[in-house]
Each structure stands twice: as structure tokens, then as C-alpha cells.
Ligand binder design. Sequence first.
Ligand code: SF4
Length: 133
Amino acid sequence: MTKIGLIRCEKNETRCPLTGCLTSLHNAAQGFADLAQPELIGVFTCHCPGDHIADMAKILKSKGAEVISWCTCAFARREGGAWVLGGGFCDHLDELAQRVARETGLPCILGTAHLPQGYVPQTFDAPQDHADG
Ligand code: SF4
């Protein structure tokens, strides 16, 4: 079992109730396909510019999260009926994910549902010397 903490962007929190994310997680598909028996342990909304994201991720870790997953719409957009890379809700997602990986020691995986064609979920791993593990 892999316990997942999910982070989404505030710019989408009143438009999408995470339906695709939760379906993919339930089915261990898309961004969760490489994780053993993914189980959701909590969700946080990241508020721009993300100053509190590491604190929120630490709370997810305290609730048991082993992986932090980031919604696809943070870095991809829907265009012509398909999802394509770029133009997502967050313009500095990599920096946020790197910060969370560094400060929590948890891997951060970018992508949940409806992955753009050919996209392999990008993972930011914790630094080797992370003391908190
Ligand atoms: S990735 Fe898709 S399903 Fe998940 S919050 Fe964004 S738009 Fe909704």
C-alpha cells in the first residue's frame, strides 16, 4: 500500500472536485500506475505563491503520506479535447515540488489523471542527506 497526499492548485478548487484524480488513484492508473495499492490519506489546496506548501506537505506526512502527488492541471492544459503539457495553473510547480521533497523527505510526483500523451510522471526525490527521512 502506498499512502498518497494530494496537492491541488487553488485556481481549480472551485471548478473541479478532483474527480479524475480520485478515479485514477482508485484504479491505480495514470499518475498512480507505478505505485502499489495507492490509498489517499488527505488533500490540501496550495495557495499562490505557495509559501505554506512545505508546511502542508509536512502535515500530510504526519498523517502517513509516503508520496506527495500533484494534480495534472497544475502543469498541463486542456486543448482541442486533449490534455497537453504547459499552460497549467502553476508557473513554478517544479520549484514547489523540489522544496517539498527537500523539506519533507518524500518523493513528489507530478501528475494524477489524464496525463498528456507521452508524458511520464516527473518525480522529485528527496535529497540523499535528508535527515528526517
Ligand atoms: S488533474 Fe484533472 S481531475 Fe484532477 S483536479 Fe485537475 S482538472 Fe480536476
